[in-house]
Write a protein that binds this ligand. Structure first.
Ligand SMILES: [Zn+2]
Length: 470
């Protein structure tokens, strides 16, 4: 009934997006798999990753790039979990490492594991873990939330586990309007009379401009979008708005009336895809973690064609000086804008932004007068298939344009983009290649921070997208 009933074999990184110290680390642990069932466990864990990464917003490169997923292999003497008879179970007591059991607190579906054993394994195997999921090898439906979520491998188990992740990792509330089920004739769940819930996806307030997801409500959407005519029961009406509409639908957080949810359907209501409000809440939780953008090398012609296939649009340049103490001459930070991508181009609707650090007029001294990093707020990056090799977040013009120095890495944390050059940096007499990205948002004037080889920071005028600040 615990650690004597199995062995921790080790840990495998299933999805590696970068250093654990800067990523959101999700850990899957096996429970109730015998050593002869490890192949099945490996397949189940891989299945989870594939399913998760197909569900918006986890299908986005900027989300997958912030997540590491680990698989911890733990064997048990027996398969499955305890299934106590008082709940209607088989009465089986399984010898398993994390001692998982159904019927916790007398609820048949409430499947839990020994949290302190799980935490001990997490600490030893993945010290920087953020969320653990214990996967119990059992076809019987069950699960529970918390910083350690537990799920069985019953039909549809990944979706149920992702719903639990919605609670545990992203602080989302249940959007369904009943505690015991809409057919149960329950009492005590007619009208909510408590305070405003802290969760981002349920609210008392259905006001168009005051509702907490007001930014996602279209002007044409009726507010509230649906009311429940009979608070004694769940609202029987079908969706009065177009699928996916964000508004205020009455019935949420286990109450028939008095609480509103953002969409008619959601992962947090009925295991359908996350609504736009929940997707945004998930992004907000993951955005503080870092990701590395995918870059492609291109020619200047490829970039022009990506935004304007039939013509050469005129660029709009600024190139304010970068003056480094002790250096002879000054460099510059070039910022180049082009018109929005035209219809029919791969960059249709997107605004291109190009940057180049030009230190060619500078003569020494090295390495203090080299530029090491360039950072500024860019906001969401549009992923475009610039060169036919697949979606990329940025391009480096290595042919048909100036420069010789490529970025060593381009990363983003929150909205902040950081372009880093390998030592010695963009040195005196050198220029970086032109580095470009695209955004859905038009440009605004802002500043970039440039660090030099002596460790000093320079604030330089530049242009970047006017993305909305939440
Ligand atoms: Zn939702």
């Amino acid at each position: 009934m615990g650690t004597g009933d199995g062995t921790v074999l080790g840990t495998t990184l299933l999805h590696n997006s970068g250093p654990a110290a800067s990523r959101w680390n999700l850990v899957l642990l096996s429970e109730g798999y015998k050593s002869s069932e490890m192949t099945q466990w490996h397949a189940d864990a891989q299945f989870f990753v594939g399913q998760l990464f197909a569900m918006p917003p986890f299908d986005e490169a900027a989300m997958q790039g912030r997540i590491n997923i680990y698989r911890v292999d733990v064997t048990s003497t027996d398969s499955g979990a305890d299934d106590p008879a008082p709940c209607g179970g088989t009465g089986v007591t399984a010898k398993t490492y994390f001692d998982a059991t159904y019927c916790t607190g007398g609820l048949e579906r409430l499947l839990t594991a020994n949290t302190s054993i799980v935490e001990g394994v997490l600490k030893a195997q993945v010290p920087s873990w953020h969320q653990g999921i214990v996967v119990v090898n059992s076809a019987k439906y069950g699960g529970s939330g918390g910083t350690i979520a537990v799920t069985s491998t019953a039909t549809n188990w990944v979706t149920v586990a992702v719903h639990e992740l919605g609670h545990s990792a992203f602080k989302l509330a249940d959007e369904y309007e009943s505690w015991a089920g809409c057919t149960s004739g329950e009492s005590g769940h007619d009208s909510y009379s408590g305070i405003e819930p802290t969760a981002p996806n349920v609210t008392l307030d259905s006001g168009r401009t005051t509702i907490k997801w007001a930014a996602l409500v279209q002007a044409a959407t009726v507010m509230p979008t649906s009311r429940n005519a009979n608070c004694a029961v769940c609202d029987p009406q079908t969706n009065p708005a177009a699928a996916g509409t964000i508004g205020a639908f009455e019935g949420a957080g286990y109450y028939h009336c008095g609480l509103f949810r953002p969409a008619f359907n959601c992962m947090m209501r009925n295991l359908t895809p996350f609504c736009a409000v929940c997707r945004q809440a998930i992004r907000r939780t993951l955005n503080p973690f870092e990701w590395a953008l995918r870059a492609v090398d291109v020619t200047s012609t490829i970039v022009e064609c990506a935004f304007a296939p039939s013509g050469e649009p005129a660029p709009n340049d600024i190139a304010p000086a970068i003056q480094i103490a002790g250096a002879t001459g000054s460099g510059s930070l070039q910022s180049r804008l082009y018109p929005r991508g035209v219809a029919g181009s791969v960059g249709a609707g997107c605004y291109p932004y190009e940057y180049r650090v030009d230190m060619t007029p500078v003569t020494g001294p090295l390495p203090a007068s080299a530029v090491r990093t360039l950072s500024f707020d860019f906001g969401p990056v549009s992923r475009i298939n610039y060169d036919g090799t697949g979606g990329a977040d940025l391009f480096v013009i290595t042919q048909g344009g100036p420069g010789t120095v490529r970025p060593a890495s381009v990363t983003q944390r929150d909205n902040r983009l950081t372009i880093a050059f390998a030592a010695p940096g963009v040195a005196a007499a050198h220029s970086s290649f032109t580095i470009g990205l695209a955004s859905d948002h038009p440009p605004r004037d802002t500043t970039a921070q440039v660090t030099d080889g002596a460790g000093n920071t320079h604030t330089i005028a530049t242009r970047a997208p006017a993305f909305p600040h939440p």
